[in-house]
Design a binder for this molecule. Sequence first.
Ligand SMILES: C=CC1=C(C)c2cc3[nH]c(cc4nc(cc5[nH]c(cc1n2)c(C)c5CCC(=O)O)C(CCC(=O)O)=C4C)c(C)c3C=C
Ligand SMILES: [Fe+2]
Length: 462
Amino acid sequence: MDAAVKSGLLSDVRGVGAKPRNANRRSSVFSSQKGSCVSMSFGTPHSDWRLKEMKASYIKSTVHSVGASTYAETAIGSYPHAAEEKIGVLLLNLGGPETLVDVQPFLFNLFADPDIIRLPRLFQFLQKPLAQLISVLRAPKSREGYAAIGGGSPLLRITNEQAHALKCALEAKEISANVYVAMRYWYPFTDEALQQIKRDKITRLVVLPLYPQFSISTTGSSIRVLQNAFREDAYLSRLPVSIIQSWYQRPGYIKSMVDLIKKELESFSKPEEAIIFFSAHGVPVSYVEEAGDPYKDQMEECIALIMQELKSRGAYNDHILAYQSRVGPVRWLKPYTDEVLVELGQKGVKSLVAVPVSFVSEHIETLEEIDMEYRELALESGIENWARVPALNCTSSFITDLADAVMEALPSAAAMSTASSKTEDVNQDPIDYFIKMFFGSLLAFALLFLPKLTTAFKNHII
Ligand SMILES: C=CC1=C(C)c2cc3[nH]c(cc4nc(cc5[nH]c(cc1n2)c(C)c5CCC(=O)O)C(CCC(=O)O)=C4C)c(C)c3C=C
Ligand SMILES: [Fe+2]
């Protein structure tokens, strides 16, 4: 289970019990196994992935491309014969609070992640006290946002729908698979999905993060949790696994994005005049410049591919890429979405179509930040015609492409290595934990009220 929950102590800190309050909704992690696929059609059937041996160079370059995972050579030999193969697909996502009460503990889980707040090794004991403090301070602003979109995140519902659609798309290609959902910061956590994978006796697993581009803070973080869980478990450490680390360059994804953009452009009276405004979730500059996060490069390549496809379909619009949703007093990737919108308005731009590009479901940052805050800012700045491209959600061409990605990844599944070191302190001594929390909180509090941070709070950046 996620470390924040596994350590029973943390339930006090997080303000909720480790036991789900809304067991029915959260157990919908497995709803993708329920329901029928009869009325759905997802492209041409594919007879047998094992016979086809799809070792396309695409898989080779993406499955092992970003240095977050290590693998031993395949241990397939120790698994049942292909005829008894039970395929699983594990979707990784961020998770979101289902109610306003969940917001603070959800934020705690997020800020307690060493891939979200990256502290120097010497200060890592401050991680949880800092997370507690920042989550409490951030919660009111965050809660306002979730209240504005109906009182909770739509992420679990949409991810479950995508899981079901993916299962059906695979079925249409004659691949029978169970599709599981593992959220990073809220229920259902990774451990829940892994327990079910074990109960279902899955013999081959494809891990598919629902982030097109790789970032240390998203896919990287989820994979780290997976690696820790796999290392500790005899069954899982021998399970052949294939991780699709990024898939932003897949032609099916690019085409699906272009379909949506073209459709939205048609809503303008002069489509050719609209600026295509790509808004991606930002990351701190230090991720890219110091930690080598490939996120910015992949994002830029992704935008170039989308624009190329748009041109090939006769759309020659101007475009721009900006980054949104910065948190805290550090430097984030620039240009910032809000600043660019104001500049464009001042330059006389009248028509703009916003394209959320780092995430494939509607969520708080599309529904509240873009549709409410940025729309209002754009209109105030002089932009008269505003539209926003919807998230891909369950768009059938997109889901079909995810199914293709899964099929292509299946042959390269290999057992995960047990060699690398563990990064989360899961089994902690309670006294040691209390001392660290107490003194850590004091230190974190002192740090937080340094002038730089106070200014950030005053400016409502946090
Ligand atoms: C590619 C997508 C994302 C990246 C990169 C990312 C990095 C990142 N995020 C935060 C802080 C917050 N993120 C929050 C919500 C949130 N983040 C993403 C995606 C990425 N984050 C999504 C899809 C969501 C929304 C989930 C939902 O409930 O709908 C939040 C909470 C909301 C808020 O208060 O704004 C925070 C905080 C950091 C610090 C970071 C990189 C270091
Ligand atoms: Fe985020």
